[in-house]
Design a protein around this ligand. Sequence first.
Ligand code: AMP
Length: 408
Amino acid sequence: MKFSELGLSEKVLNAVEASGYDTPTPIQEQAIPHALQGRDVLGIAQTGTGKTAAFTLPMLSMLERGRARARMPRTLILEPTRELAAQVEEAFGKYGINHKLNLALLIGGVSFGDQESKIARGADVVIATPGRLLDFTERGGLLLTGIEILVIDEADRMLDMGFIPDIERICKLVPFTRQTLFFSATMPPEITRLTETFLHNPVRVEVSRAATTAENITQTLVPSGSSPEEKRATLRGLIRGADNFKNAIIFCNRKRDVQVVYRSLEKHGFSVGALHGDLDQRARMTALDAFRNDQVQLLVCSDVAARGLDIPDVSHIINYDAPHHSEDYVHRIGRTGRAGKTGVALTIVTRADQKSIAEIEKLIARKIDWQEGAVMPSEDEAEAPARERRGARGGRHRGEPREERPRP
Ligand code: AMP
């Protein structure tokens, strides 16, 4: 299948060609023709599958007809985080190079002024995080009654972040007759309910999860002692010993560990940045840009900060902590091996993490190999992280062993 067979406009096809893509990815191949016919689409796909282009390209084709009016944007894309919103704006810049469209990025953490003037001028495309969008509609400066296409991206992430009530409010502010393109990596019951309420007879397009984690990413488990000092030493050894190493994203389960690991790597002379939810917008963008532009080689992240980020050419993912939620594992390692490239995902495993690993292996329906010649740490070491983690983070203890151990 070629891009030219999907029904996209000439201008869009030229921009795709200029981007260097010749074959649509499965989600693009399946979603674009339906989107162009005006159908609602329910896309079950995670980042790395090409889903951004799957909604951007048909939107651009459709936006060629008609033009925007002041304060009444024509299309609206909702993203859970500012970084994702900025990334979608970039995609519009790339694929919309032959279009003269007005884009407005409405995200928190920056002043209203610029955003207001873009809306007042008339925006073809608004890309927004839910909170800032509602700020605008409540101030009266933005009307959603002209929306022709609504995109809800990373819906399961929106759910994790508590945005579903906002999404429901926004869905009620846009016209009933709009077209909706809805994307989620997973379909928990709350998300299914949302699609049943707000989508009209959608075409369901699903890109399989296991295939996207397996083929081009080499996954390895690396045993480690349980203390933070031992884990940091294991991490340094991994970075120094990695084959074909270009750069790495390092994931920690907790924000404060991001900070500790970041400082430790810096102290040991590594070129490193950090990304977590407590940093302000400017610091997050600076860290991300430095990593994208190869000014730093390592980026230490939390899950919330990193979900969905598209950073091309990441050679290694290192899980400093095995994730407690197995789906986070899929999201994390999806940062490497993008767009058909190969990637390496290394997970540091202490004795106490073995239950989390078993859950991950169940989800991805395969066993992950241990590092060659690896030996697991002894039983005793299981207890240290269990003690440490208990009570550290409300409600997220699925991977912990023996909570119910009898008290002395
Ligand atoms: P996404 O899932 O939208 O985050 O896209 C993942 C990456 O794949 C991005 O870097 C895109 O630029 C790239 N990409 C999107 N479509 C294609 C395609 N048809 N062929 C190759 N790469 C693509």
